[in-house]
Design a protein around this ligand. Structure first.
Ligand SMILES: Cc1cc2nc3c(=O)[nH]c(=O)nc-3n(C[C@H](O)[C@H](O)[C@H](O)COP(=O)(O)OP(=O)(O)OC[C@H]3O[C@@H](n4cnc5c(N)ncnc54)[C@H](O)[C@@H]3O)c2cc1C
Ligand SMILES: NC(=O)c1ccc[n+]([C@@H]2O[C@H](COP(=O)([O-])OP(=O)(O)OC[C@H]3O[C@@H](n4cnc5c(N)ncnc54)[C@H](O)[C@@H]3O)[C@@H](O)[C@H]2O)c1
Length: 571
């Protein structure tokens, strides 16, 4: 069995690095031995103990019975026109795609004793490690410091005097690149150490429980997980040259810091890069198709974020417009951007700028996977799955032994969601039924300060409450009264919780403020574990900490009555 690590991109994968088309973006840690790394909800535009070498045949027979709960679901017969069903398998589990989703699944699989292989056609770590979470957070670490050092009144308020802050662009770029390399090596080593076979080459499904990788290597697996991720989505009419009209793939290399850059799309990528670029001296203009910027966030949080992250900075914006045509800079001419009204499609404006970053969502990376061999049709490129990540074929039936996790299924385009889905699948294939509650998965935007959220926004909660006929209440607390935040001179921020006053169920929590990305986990864990407001409000928080913002939030919520089911528990 071939077992090697590839460092260069396969031509097929390299050619498919960015997808163009006429659908728009969607929105989604990973788990490792002792590593953590760093994904939306479908929205916007309505389109808004190592077992190497152990024969897996025996294992398979033992597990079939264990998994009867899972197999009770209506599954199609495993035989197909494109190949007979194998009876003995090379592997218990084969994963196509070694991004964070694949990595999380692989590590959990070996822990569960599965003989596991992972196929990667490009570099280990996928988007998150090489072109996403990891390098972007390295750039944001720099922008946070720059912003603070440049803020004279802020420094003065601590009694500090700092000489004019400056940066070395290549040094900043190297920090991002070095971090990506380090995390990629960590990921690779963690899989090697645990005995995951890393197979190199483009993978595809050639029949039931059969996968091809590289030129003509065919292997069989009891279960297969597709974890092939996504690429930047570039709308029609936009010409990307990688220098002046770029996607996040290029921007993360920080080859230049343009004086004036248009960012098309004010979602996660747009916002995070606006933080980086403005800290490094660029002026930013947002072009957003929907009627308000940051349309994916809870409206009240977006309003505050606009007041803090947009208005005081060198940022302006056009909303309700599409960038219908973007031409890169050439022969001394600037980048030109044609704006049309999102509703009437009439021409609105032409912008001439130094650069444009296209941040209009991501497209699934699923072509060439041989899905036709198993009668699966993608939907706008996404692989259809049920709540257990089991792949659904074109007739609406479940394809036995085939799962899809991460960005490729479009449920939630976040790194930790991909990994959690992978772990959930491994639980199922090893005999434990498991359904991941996506409403308990937190998300964060790493601006300064940060925005984080879990569960429903207020409008989403209102809609659900109206449909299902239950009351909702909203509790809010401010960072302004928090000792730790004030000691840091960072009192700008709020936390907001939407909950059911009749039962105490937490429906959604949104935080804008210092370290919001870390603070959200108390709320996401509470939702995941079904902890109610009337219970969590008695939990004790250390003083003085930012977590007291959440302590106050829970304490300020009013649950109707203390029926036995709602009685507080001793903590
Ligand atoms: C700029 C940016 C910043 C981000 N920041 C965050 C963040 O802070 N937090 C967060 O949670 N998420 C973040 N995300 C999103 C996150 O990166 C993705 O949700 C996550 O990477 C999805 O993981 P995945 O395993 O599904 O796919 P990917 O990470 O895309 O990995 C898929 C892998 O499969 C390989 N592959 C594809 N097809 C084949 C094939 N046929 N054969 C073999 N190999 C194949 C690819 O080469 C790739 O390595 C960010 C994304 C971007 C672009
Ligand atoms: N911190 C994080 O977790 C993080 C960071 C970056 C990216 N990500 C993930 O990466 C994915 C992609 O991020 P993103 O910011 O590109 O997508 P997004 O879906 O978050 O935002 C895209 C924005 O572009 C707008 N848009 C779409 N087409 C447009 C057009 N033609 N003209 C103008 N505006 C247009 C949409 O209305 C939306 O506001 C997200 O799903 C997110 O989950 C996560």
């Amino acid at each position: 069995m071939q077992s090697a690590i590839s460092i260069s991109a396969s031509p097929a994968l390299a050619a498919r690095r960015s997808a163009g088309g006429d659908c728009a973006g969607v929105a989604s840690g990973a788990r490792s031995v002792n590593l953590r790394f760093c994904g939306l909800r479908k929205e916007a535009l309505g389109f808004a103990t190592v077992r190497r070498g152990v024969g897996s045949g025996t294992r398979q027979r033992a597990l079939v019975g264990d998994r009867s709960c899972v197999r009770n679901l209506s599954v199609v017969a495993a035989a197909s026109d494109n190949g007979s069903t194998p009876t003995k398998f090379d592997y218990d589990l084969v994963i196509i795609g070694a991004g964070v989703g694949g990595h999380g699944a692989a590590l959990h699989a070996v822990e569960k004793g599965l003989k596991t292989a992972i196929i990667e056609g490009d570099v280990i770590g996928g988007t998150c490690v090489n072109r996403g979470c990891v390098p972007s957070k390295a750039l944001l670490a720099v922008s946070g410091r720059m912003r603070e050092l440049q803020n004279e009144p802020h420094m003065k308020s601590f009694g500090l005097q700092v000489a004019a802050a400056a940066y070395d662009r290549q040094g900043v770029a190297d920090h991002a690149n070095n971090l990506a390399m380090k995390i990629r090596n960590n990921l690779t080593n963690s899989m090697k150490a645990l005995g995951v076979d890393i197979l190199t080459g483009f993978g595809s499904v050639v029949g039931p429980q059969k996968v091809k990788y590289g030129k003509d290597n065919v292997i069989t697996a009891r279960d297969i997980i597709i974890a092939t991720g996504s690429v930047p989505f570039v709308p029609k009419g936009i010409e990307v040259d990688g220098k002046t009209v770029i996607t996040s793939d290029h921007a993360l290399k920080l080859e230049s810091v343009p004086a004036w850059i248009v960012i098309v799309g004010s979602g996660y990528i747009g916002l995070e890069f606006s933080d980086v670029y403005t800290a490094l001296g660029s002026e930013v203009t947002f072009v957003e198709a929907l009627d308000q910027i940051m349309p994916g966030f809870d409206p009240e949080i977006a309003k505050l974020a606009q007041r803090v992250l947009i208005n005081p900075r060198k940022i302006d914006y056009h909303t309700g417009v599409f960038a219908s045509k973007i031409t890169p800079a050439k022969d001394g001419k600037p980048v030109t951007i044609e704006l049309i009204d999102a509703k009437t499609k009439e021409h609105k404006d032409t912008l001439e700028v130094d650069a444009a970053l296209i941040a209009t969502g991501r497209a699934p990376f699923t072509s060439g996977l041989g899905l036709e061999n198993i009668k699966v049709e993608t939907q706008r490129g996404f692989i259809p799955v049920n709540e257990r990540m089991q792949v659904i074929d074109k007739d609406g039936k479940l394809v036995p032994h085939l799962y899809c996790i991460g960005d490729a299924n479009g449920k939630m385009m976040l790194a930790h969601a991909a990994s959690a889905q992978g772990i959930s699948v491994v639980e199922q294939v090893t005999g434990k039924d498991h359904v991941l509650n996506h409403l308990s998965i937190p998300a964060a935007c790493f601006t300064h300060p940060e925005i984080s959220m879990v569960g429903l926004t207020e409008p989403q909660a209102k809609e659900k409450a109206e449909k299902e006929g239950f009351p909702i209440s909203v509790a809010k607390t401010s960072f302004k009264a928090n000792t730790k935040a004030l000691a840091e001179n960072e009192g700008e921020g709020i936390a907001k919780m939407i909950y059911r006053p009749d039962t105490g169920e937490i429906l959604g929590v949104h935080i804008f403020g210092l370290h919001a990305a870390d603070l959200i986990h108390e709320a996401s864990n509470a939702i995941a574990l079904g902890t109610r407001v009337q219970d969590i409000k008695f939990a004790v928080h250390a003083h003085p900490t930012l977590s007291e913002v959440l302590d106050e939030l829970f304490k300020s919520a009013k649950v109707d009555s203390l029926s036995p089911a709602k009685k507080p528990v001793a903590v």
